[in-house]
Design a protein around this ligand. Structure first.
Ligand code: IPE
Ligand code: IPE
Ligand code: MG
Ligand code: MG
Ligand code: MG
Length: 308
């Protein structure tokens, strides 16, 4: 009996292997879906590729694939969605780092896009990644009876990065709350929007594309929502705790800029506890998947305990 229960170490090396394998799958597709660096006007394509391939954990696309896997969705179609969300995420990072926003010099262990290519090209590369992502979503293969599902997917992704409780709403709230007092509810709202919404959409659109039942879809959305919030709580914790080598970005920026963060509101220890409790809750939400939910559970634990 004992031999069938993997040790914590075995489980960790299994997860690392899975992450590396999925990342290389996604990177291969991103390479296909992005214009080549020698396409005219070269500079913008170079900048888009520079930021996308500077590194990055690919957590969002991997969540898309893992959710689809649990529901036995078509991996080929899911790879279009996975690549598109990573393009959108990278666009958000390029703009988040601009001098007018968080003013950061390092991202993914390299100079930020505006440091490398100048602000104009960085802004345009961000815009270009967003539009390329939507273009990629329209190219998801499949029968024409499926067009309404595809439209729903595109709409949900656009809403998730939009100005009504989406990523842009969160980024606006993040900017205007800087240096001001804030409540726990406001903090949760900022984090759920700026980071949670896109992560939730990774799960919900993957479920849609994989033909989930309404019931399963609802439970997966609840999972996505919890994991999305945990992701940003942990990002706040790592801003304090992780070295530049671990995170690939300048440490201690949130305190310097007086950002609304979980550690600032609750302290490190309570923030960690909140992240753990939300993750426990998320894991409960996908119990219904049985053994098919193993990867999603593993990924949510990874998001909680990651060091980069
Ligand atoms: C960082 O995201 C920005 C947030 C939304 C918290 P990630 O931690 O996923 O960054 P990469 O993609 O691995 O660089
Ligand atoms: C970023 O939040 C959220 C985005 C939508 C990009 P942060 O500003 O905390 O992300 P990092 O720490 O710069 O990666
Ligand atoms: Mg920011
Ligand atoms: Mg930032
Ligand atoms: Mg941060």
């Amino acid at each position: 009996v004992k031999a069938n229960i993997p040790s914590a170490l075995e489980e960790e090396s299994d997860l690392l292997e899975y992450l590396a394998q999925q990342k290389s799958l996604v990177d291969g597709r991103l390479d296909q879906f992005l214009p080549s660096a020698d396409t005219y006007p070269e500079i913008i394509h170079e900048a888009m590729r520079y930021s996308v391939f500077a590194g990055g954990k690919r957590v969002r696309p991997i969540l898309v694939l893992a959710c689809g896997e649990a529901l036995e969705g078509d991996p080929e179609r899911l790879l279009y969605l996975a690549s598109a969300v990573e393009m959108i995420h990278t666009y958000s990072l390029i703009h988040d780092d601009l001098p007018a926003m968080d003013d950061d010099d390092y991202r993914r262990g390299h100079l930020t896009a505006h440091k490398k290519f100048g602000e104009a090209v960085a802004i345009l590369a961000g815009n270009a990644l967003l539009t390329r992502a939507v273009e990629t979503l329209t190219q998801i293969p499949g029968p024409s009876q499926d067009h309404s599902t595809k439209l729903k997917v595109i709409r949900q992704i656009c809403e998730a990065v939009g100005t009504i409780n989406g990523m842009l709403a969160g980024q606006v709230m993040d900017c205007v709350s800087q240096g001001k007092p804030f409540s726990g509810d406001q903090l949760e709202q900022i984090h759920a929007a700026k980071t949670g919404a896109l992560i939730t959409a990774c799960i919900s659109t993957s479920a849609l594309l994989s033909g989930a039942s309404q019931n399963d879809y609802d439970r997966l959305c609840a999972f996505g929502k919890d994991v999305g919030l945990v992701f940003q709580i942990v990002d706040d914790i790592l801003d304090i705790e992780a070295s530049m080598e671990e995170s690939g970005k300048t440490a201690g920026k949130d305190d310097q800029s007086c950002k609304a963060t979980y550690p600032r509101m609750y302290g490190l220890e309570r923030s960690r506890k909140m992240a753990k409790e939300l993750t426990d809750q998320a894991i409960q939400e996908v119990e219904f998947l049985g053994s098919k939910g193993a990867r999603l559970k593993q990924l949510s634990r990874y998001i909680q305990s990651r060091r980069s």
